[in-house]
Design a protein around this ligand. Sequence first.
Ligand code: CA2
Length: 146
Amino acid sequence: MKRLLLLNGPNLNRLGKREPSIYGTTTLEDVHAEIKQLTAAYGWELDTFQSNHEGELIDCLQDAEGTYQGIVFNPGAYTHTSIAIRDAISGIDVPVIEVHISNIHQREAFRHHSMLASVCYGQVVGLGTTGYRLATLAFLEENKKG
Ligand code: CA2
């Protein structure tokens, strides 16, 4: 059975609980439940993981090889700073789609650049938590035949 990993970085455990004007009111648990339903409808398994720690995210990316057909990843603020996460993504042969709930290009200048985008398969930005659905669908639809 095909497997997808939904990975979230620092502070995203607070989703839906703080700053609703930027990130909305949907919680991370809501997102997990919604994506679980979507992947199940296509006959895929879903695993989810959230961490506030860079090294744990890197361990998770390294361990993903051989298990997952795709990773939907919101790296949080590490997007803008982490060469180590970039190296981890480029060092695995599992495609990663980078997701941002907010439109990082409309926000502070330090959020405009992603260290990760150029080693990711794709990117979804600024579409709220719907972005997780859209990234997931990209994998589910792309892998339909294979
Ligand atoms: O828009 C996104 O998804 C971000 O990845 C979210 C990160 C931010 O540093 C990136 O620039 C863009 C921050 C996640 C913080 O999430 C919270 C959610 C609710 C309450 C507090 C923090």
